[in-house]
Design a protein around this ligand. Structure first.
Ligand code: FE2
Length: 365
């Protein structure tokens, strides 16, 4: 690979991994046509620059970049250019205490139920793990219905919805009937059609004797950061325009929301991800001129989420559970088959109570 490469039909120069537009190079030329050799002042206005200049030649020799733009030969000092690179754009901030992760994460925050119920350091560390990674496991529970409420009681309150105070995730595995075998689901956040969205989900395991059926989680923050590094314009489209989500799967229910897939705070901090291919509704808030780019970015984010390099998998045994920050971490289950059964119970809760309990523990209150 050479150090100076012309891209995008001559509109862009890639110099040692940094991209510069031809118009930017022309505007910042250091030659005597552009700047007075004596006092260094600019001699040109925007009217002197072509609207769509193209690079035709580029070469790097001994630290000097030589280019030809619309037939004009120009030279740049490489180090001067690299010091002024605007690619990639400045780093994106994450919420305080959040650490992005991918498949290399091995230290999953895990708490034993009895220790968590005793409070103190064990509870503080487990809650802190949820804040840092957006998910955590619980072990040592009785494999009995309703145990998931004990987890919520550690820090807050159940968020009741039209699915009830809790919901059953239960499939009798029957290989003779594909309809009841457990197909895998793409990683998603739950209920993006609600506003506000449930900010926590708890899933506890009562039975899991089927083959497969592992749980899988993907860090939405990590996926969004990767999208931004690979396609900054696409990231901006997913953050700038609202998606639409809808659920109308039962009588008397028509839940609708209008929120972006990638949510930034007014200061530009990444604060939320909504991603659920099963409940996305027709997108009507993206301007026509940006729709193709929006779909390209949506597909790219989907591919990143599906990349096994992003996922952490684990299999729950009866008496185990996990909690996810539903504004950040996507979850899924792998397909399962064979003999046996899989029975999980799920419920929603909210992060304000969790962070409040954590803050009080950290303050020694
Ligand atoms: Fe889900």
């Amino acid at each position: 690979m050479t150090d100076a490469v012309i891209e995008d039909g001559g509109r862009v120069l890639r110099l040692q991994g940094k991209r510069f537009h031809a118009i930017w190079l022309l505007d910042n030329a250091q030659d005597g046509v552009t700047r007075d050799p004596g006092n260094g002042q600019r001699l040109i206005t925007m009217a002197d620059l072509p609207a769509d200049p193209r690079l035709t030649e580029a070469g790097l020799t001994d630290g000097t970049l030589t280019v030809s733009i619309d037939g004009r030969a120009l030279e740049f000092d490489r180090d001067w250019l690299v010091a002024r690179a605007y690619d990639p754009c400045p780093a994106l901030t994450l919420p305080a205490h959040a650490t992005p992760w991918d498949a290399t994460l091995t230290d999953i925050p895990t708490g034993n139920m009895a220790a968590l119920q005793a409070g103190g350091d064990a509870l503080r560390d487990w809650l802190s793990g949820v804040r840092q990674y957006g998910f955590a496991r619980v072990t040592g529970m009785a494999a009995e219905p309703g145990g998931l409420f004990d987890i919520v009681a550690l820090f807050g309150f159940v968020r009741e919805t039209n699915y009830g105070r809790h919901f059953e995730v239960r499939t009798e595995v029957n290989p003779t009937n594909l309809a009841f075998t457990g197909l895998g689901l793409q990683a998603h956040t739950d209920n993006p059609y609600r506003d506000p969205v449930p900010t926590l989900q708890v899933l506890s395991c009562l039975e899991n004797s089927a083959e497969g059926g592992e749980n899988m989680v993907v860090d939405g923050f990590s996926a969004a950061l990767r999208l931004r590094a690979e396609n900054p314009e696409g990231f901006d489209l997913l953050a700038r325009y609202s998606a639409r989500f809808e659920y109308a799967g039962e009588a008397g229910v028509r839940l609708q929301s209008r929120r972006p897939m990638i949510e930034l705070s007014p200061e530009g901090t990444l604060i939320g991800v909504r991603f659920n291919s099963r409940s996305i509704a027709p997108l009507t808030d993206v301007p026509f001129a940006h729709m193709a780019g929006y779909y390209a970015a949506y597909r790219q984010l989907s591919d990143i989420i599906d990349d096994t390099a992003q996922e952490v998998t684990f299999k729950l045994s009866p008496g185990e559970a996990f909690i996810v920050d539903n504004t950040r971490v996507l979850h899924a289950r792998k397909g399962y088959s064979g003999e046996g059964s899989r029975w999980l119970q799920g419920c929603y809760a909210d992060k304000d109570g969790l962070l409040s309990t954590l803050a009080a523990l950290e303050a020694g209150a």
